[in-house]
Design a binder for this molecule. Structure first.
Ligand SMILES: Nc1ncnc2c1ncn2[C@@H]1O[C@H](COP(=O)(O)OP(=O)(O)OP(=O)(O)O)[C@@H](O)[C@H]1O
Ligand SMILES: [Mg+2]
Length: 173
């Protein structure tokens, strides 16, 4: 992006929703933490809320309820003018569309950052994480099943979103 244009966006006031899209291990939480500190922004991480409320990360009904509640909270924060980061993964185009349209109704800018990481690297990172105690284990088979479900954003979809307000590490766009 043209540096002058980016500078204007960095200083641009107003609400902003940042959707972090990507498979397990793609670096959503890592990027969200960096952005939350530098922008600054409010980070809403379903995994942390599930764990904090005592749910298992693979409890699908609990995840659904927590994600719905966090989305309601995100809308309140956007209406109050905040910058909000959601790191749900957003595997489905329909879900990304719904979030973008609703955030725009609230007068917010909306960014989509897809962390496109090669499967080999995702397998390496998740294997490393699996070996740490207390982490949710993502087997290589599960990761392959997730890959088949993941609907990667096309270039034409990226054009529907606003340009980023801050720099992320290489690999996100
Ligand atoms: N840009 C990067 N380069 C190399 N390693 C990275 C990068 N980003 C994250 N990692 C590492 O990859 C692992 C997974 O990162 P992170 O937890 O941020 O992914 P995630 O997308 O949030 O995963 P999940 O969907 O399971 O929550 C961590 O060990 C992290 O340190
Ligand atoms: Mg994460």
């Amino acid at each position: 992006m043209d540096p002058m244009r980016e500078e204007r966006h960095l200083r641009a006031p107003g609400p902003r929703l940042i959707l972090l899209c990507g498979l397990p291990g793609s670096g959503k939480t890592t990027l969200a933490r960096q952005l939350a500190e530098t922008l600054p922004a409010v980070r809403l991480c379903p995994d942390e809320w599930l764990t904090g409320l005592g749910f298992d990360l693979f409890d699908a009904p609990a995840r659904d309820r927590v994600e719905r509640r966090l989305w309601a909270h995100a809308q309140d924060l956007l209406a109050a003018g905040a910058v909000v980061i959601l790191e749900n993964g957003f595997w489905d185009r329909a879900e990304r569309d719904e979030k973008r349209l609703r955030a725009r109704e609230l007068g917010a800018a909306v960014e989509l950052r897809h962390l496109a990481v090669p499967m080999e690297e995702l397998r390496r990172r998740t294997a490393l994480r699996n070996s740490r105690p207390g982490e949710a284990v993502i087997t290589p088979e599960l990761l392959s099943a997730y890959e088949a479900e993941f609907e990667a954003p096309a270039e034409s979809e990226h054009e529907l979103f606003d340009p980023p307000a801050g720099r992320g590490p290489s690999g996100s766009r």
